[in-house]
Design a protein. Structure first.
Length: 119
């Protein structure tokens, strides 16, 4: 049996268990929340490792570009957290897109400044 078929059977077995077992929906919600927490923790750990490995480069950017880097990352994290709420209204969707676009622009400017150094 190929690995893809095996994986599909595992997913179908889990779906059947959620459907057939009483309270399976609550268990599925718990497992989904647990997996989401693990993924967020993994992203935080990766961010921490990247920061530790590139600390000298980050501090050599200068205050202005370092602030743009931190602000851009913080804005994107914040917009991902409030995405569902802001997408419910047209004005919120427009504001969300503007903030994400501004954060992306700030990160591109930081990257261009970083690449302009001759290491």
């Amino acid at each position: 049996m190929s690995q893809n078929v095996r994986n599909a059977l595992i997913v179908l077995a889990l779906a059947g268990a959620v459907y057939a077992i009483p309270g399976g929906g609550n268990s599925a919600n718990f497992i989904g929340s647990l997996l989401s927490t693990l993924i967020v923790g993994a992203f935080a750990f990766i961010g921490y490792k990247l920061y530790r490995e590139n600390r000298v480069s980050i501090f050599s950017l200068g205050d202005r570009y370092r602030g743009m880097l931190y602000g851009g990352v913080a804005a994107i994290v914040l917009m991902m957290a409030v995405r569902e709420t802001m997408w419910n209204t047209p004005g919120g969707s427009l504001l969300w897109a503007a903030v994400v676009g501004g954060a992306a622009y700030a990160l591109v400017m930081v990257f261009r400044h970083y690449r302009s150094f001759s290491y």
